[in-house]
Write a protein that binds this ligand. Structure first.
Ligand SMILES: NC(=O)c1ccc[n+]([C@@H]2O[C@H](COP(=O)([O-])OP(=O)(O)OC[C@H]3O[C@@H](n4cnc5c(N)ncnc54)[C@H](O)[C@@H]3O)[C@@H](O)[C@H]2O)c1
Length: 316
């Protein structure tokens, strides 16, 4: 399989390593002057993460090639994954070029975090718009399994099916979403929580690091195994979600009215930024990501091993 990775920042570099580790040829393009160094460093850092996931990473560097332009990157590609800046006009221009230059059969995917593809495919022909859709990963995509597959208004059913097939083939867990909402599902949920987190910090209830401790020792652990609905179903005891909803749920819903709307003034935002920098600024990006990736891989391998055990218990 031939893939093109357009935009090689945080997300594009991670996709490139993942695709190559699954045996795909990858052509990467990005106007950044340090592209060759960035790709080399990413493959060196991400290779061991991919090996932990059971992939044979020998030769991944030989399968990742640099391209001087979008046209060169998408030439002969079966799959294009776009990871340029989160800017609707830039994505509109990029997709016009990608659709013009890529082979007619190529599937055109965008990592967009919040912008639905309908917002940047208006200028494309019906045939081209039919093959564009969102494939939104969580950072970093070579570790996080989820990909939100979100068709636009003119995306063809067949393109959705091919996207699901492609992401499964690179070991991801695709979920197809039936309506295009800004932020899709994952970022809407993340931002509902982030909104209250900023409010709590602004109110002086906790510092950013204290809030993070609350999450990593409770909801983070829980949500790696059961989502909010199954968590509530079990939280209701044998009476399940019904009991939870009628009992504690009523008390929880009374609290909904007190959930916060944080101040968005530049001064208030600056104070939150300073608070985060106070808590975490003492460590470098490289140190923090190293720790994060080690822990995320440990959680992933524990949950994967546990699923295998459950599978074999159910079979016996
Ligand atoms: N960082 C995240 O947590 C995250 C998670 C999921 C999805 N995304 C989405 O992925 C996309 C990329 O995000 P990122 O965090 O990697 O951003 P980033 O800033 O790290 O990387 C963007 C890259 O695009 C390059 N670029 C600029 N113009 C370009 C062009 N014309 N052609 C090709 N490349 C170009 C930049 O040089 C830069 O290297 C965005 O749409 C973002 O919303 C980000």
């Amino acid at each position: 399989m031939r893939t093109a990775v357009i935009g090689a920042g945080t997300i594009g570099l991670s996709w490139a390593a993942l695709f190559a580790a699954h045996g795909a040829e990858v052509r990467v393009t990005d106007p950044r002057p340090d592209l060759a160094d960035a790709v080399r460093e990413a493959l060196t850092t991400f290779g061991p993460h991919l090996a932990t996931q059971g992939l044979d990473v020998r030769g991944i560097a030989d399968r990742v090639h640099l391209a001087d332009s979008v046209a060169e990157a998408v030439h002969g590609a079966d799959i294009v994954q776009e990871n340029g800046p989160e800017d609707v006009e830039l994505k509109r221009k990029l997709f016009a070029e990608v659709a013009r230059e890529a082979p007619a059969h190529a599937l055109l995917l965008s990592s967009s975090s919040a912008i639905p593809s309908t917002a940047f495919t208006g200028d494309l022909s019906t045939e081209d718009a039919a093959r564009v859709l969102i494939g939104h990963p969580f950072n970093p995509p070579h570790i996080m399994p989820l990909v939100e597959v979100v068709p636009g208004e003119r995306t063809a059913e067949d393109a959705v099916r091919r996207a699901v097939e492609f992401y499964r083939s690179v070991g991801r867990t695709p979920v197809v979403e039936r309506k295009e909402l800004p932020g899709f599902v994952g970022n809407r949920l993340q931002n509902a929580l982030q909104r209250e987190a900023v409010h709590l910090v602004q109110q002086g209830v906790v510092t950013p690091a204290e809030l993070d401790t609350v999450i990593t020792n409770s909801l983070g652990l829980r949500w790696a195994t059961v989502g909010p609905f199954l968590g509530s179903h079990l939280g209701g005891g044998p009476g399940g979600y019904r009991h939870m909803s009628e009992h504690i749920g009523a008390s929880m819903r009374r609290m909904w009215d007190s959930l916060g709307t944080p101040s968005l003034s530049p001064e208030s935002q600056e104070r939150v930024i300073e608070a985060v920098e106070r808590d975490y600024g003492g460590s470098s990006y490289a140190e923090l990501t190293k720790t994060r990736d080690r822990k995320q891989l440990a959680v992933l391998s524990a949950t994967t091993a546990s699923e295998k055990t459950t599978g074999s218990e159910n079979q016996s």
